[in-house]
Design a protein around this ligand. Sequence first.
Ligand code: NIG
Ligand code: FE
Length: 420
Amino acid sequence: MTNKPVWIRRASQLVTLAGGSAAPVTGKRMNELGIIENGSLWLENGRIEMVGTDEELAAAVGGRAEEAEIIDASGKLVTPGLVDPHTHLVHAGTRQNEFNMRLNGATYMEIMNNGGGIHATTAATRAADHQTLYEESKKRLDLFLLHGVTTVEAKSGYGLTLEDEIKQLEVARQLHEQHAVDIVSTFMGAHAVPREYKHDPEAFIELVIREMLPEVARRGLAEYNDVFCERGVFTPEQSRRILEAGVALGLKAKIHADEIEPYEGAELAAAIGAVSADHLLRASDKGIQMMAEAGVIGVLLPGTAFFLMAESANGRKMIDAGMAVAISTDCNPGSSPTVSMPLIMNLGCLKMGMTPAEVLTAATINAAHAIGRGGQIGSLEQGKQADVTIFDVPDYMTLQYRYGVNHVHTVLKKGQVVVK
Ligand code: NIG
Ligand code: FE
């Protein structure tokens, strides 16, 4: 890139999150934000070149000041571009009818067992062609960006045939190539046992292990492999086989664990060394301890608990146990149809007992680690990719306190202004 340097000046708070690039930030250290008041950033060639106070940068920049496009961030908060480490971005259709059914007393699992839920979105996604899926998903990605998110993870799992899983992953790849937001892809063929395998789930697991995983790996379409480990979906034993098959092909393990019922998903994540265990609403104390010891990142999804009217994961307990916690929207049409990481941060504070500082760490550097990008994004440090969000609030506490409003002022991706 040969664009003009960008100089962001005089931020009332520049939250660097410095120091966590090598490993996820665990326990109480999640409160250390590396705040610089009257902060300044020099971005060049898509990277962060200088970070410091405005006085420090003014002295260092000297005569080069005139080359730069200047963004005045006085009175504003500057953070790393937010990272969403768990989404079901690529899908077709919506399920507001199920929302209404749940408000009339039906449960999420009842709806799914009657052919709705994931099955309904699978039918819609199978029926949609590549272009339709691309357009629907791009709209969501545009909204993510408007809410300050510069990287998202995206899962397949609404195809559940080889062809339709690949279609979803190819849409994600095209979005990654063409959209300002970067995408990290996860294969989730084991999202549900499709209706046609209802009476022979083992045959479907064989299909995932013998055909889908090898083909996805061969085409380089995903970095992670995820499973919905839940009573009535995939057992811990089945989940383990599917995740180990992925690891053997170079796909790192993630797991939807202990979302609806306690099912020893956290324990499984620790036993197999998964990169992350996600949801964890009903994780056991033993599972939390095991994840802390094994270095599994807990990806918590308080929007899902909120939307399913369930009790949230105990983020406080996990951090106090020494875990690294990340947070995410879980953006999907059934259990969390939102794209708002700022709302998720607020729910992290109010529903999971996390501090405003901890949720910001969870939405940036720890989220980056949950998708293997801790060395490139998630903090404002010299040499890192210049992904930056500027919020029109004076400090990070206000961002989560004045909730339900989009405070995003400017977003820069790889040093270029993409939202203004
Ligand atoms: O993370 N739990 C499984 N998968 C999604 C929901 C998918 C859907 O309902 O379409 C989740 O909550
Ligand atoms: Fe999910």
